[in-house]
Design a protein around this ligand. Sequence first.
Ligand code: COA
Length: 326
Amino acid sequence: MTLAKITGTGSYLPKKILGNHDLEKMVDTSDEWIMTRTGIRERRIADEKETTSDLGIKAAKKAMEKAHVKAREIDLILVATSTSDMIFPSTAAYIQHGLAAKNAAAFDLSAACTGFIFGLSVAEQYIKTKRYKAILLIGTEIMSRIVDWTDRKTCVLFGDGAGAVIIQGTDSDEGILTTHTYTDGSYADFLFAPGSRTPTSLQKELAVKKLDVIHMKGNETFKVAVNNMGKVAKEALEKCELTVDDIDLVIPHQANKRIIEAINKKLVIPPEKVFINLQKYGNTSAASIPIALDEALCSNRISQGDYVLLVAFGGGLTWGSSIVKW
Ligand code: COA
């Protein structure tokens, strides 16, 4: 049976660094508070002229190079993002043009910070059914454009970046073994950024009424995140008839060190098996897992035959997991 295999990864982080001490000058916060509550030390901020598609193109080119896949060989471009260049056309359309991937269909997928896992599950189906041979899946975000820079409860958490993977079919037993995705829209108001729900009559007051920025119930989100990430990770293990001892590396969504530590406790997994880079980038939403995956591979944290568990959580609320045999 054909499995879907990740054959190349790439990432791109904007150059500008915004450290906790810089944030101390912007809102009533401290490096100590941010480090203790989140583990984040700094995050990257896109240049004024950079777009979400620009970041995605840079990450994609690296993934394509590693997979030895040319632009014209890509059949589908899937972009997971909550910070699309435009409402339409899709960010995927801009990326398709930017890469000159003339044979690729392209669309965006919205599942907030779980977007990459949802994207994997879609790509997996197209490859397994042999509809497509080569898929470019990208998580790319410019969260800094939808963050309220006067709200200390949210502005310290997010950052910008992009990660990409090429997914192709294989007849070997190495590839995406399983994907699990969930949504519970009854929690929509825990974490959201307004869109076309804003009535026309209020559009002049977008900024005043904070109708154009992220809103979050931090404590409530934290609890649902820990519970559901734990559950969905266990579900993936059971589906593959694996235990945590079989897992070589866990790559969780990089939202908050405390959320990750709570999940480690639930799964009874030692911290050395868990990849964390959120201290450098903060929460880059749909980009966080593909960036971390690329860094884990570049730093030789993953070897052939390893079992890698991916697990994420985000607005929706959404959550999901995947196990990949490398
Ligand atoms: N600097 C200093 N103080 C801050 C602060 C900041 N950046 N942000 C909040 N505070 C204050 C609060 O105002 C509150 O003060 P009060 O007690 O005087 O009212 C106090 O710190 C505690 O706030 P609380 O919200 O209870 O803190 P917390 O321990 O829950 O941590 C989060 C807040 C946001 C870090 C935490 O809830 C969290 O990580 N939630 C999940 C969010 C997330 O990851 N979302 C994305 C999911 S994909």
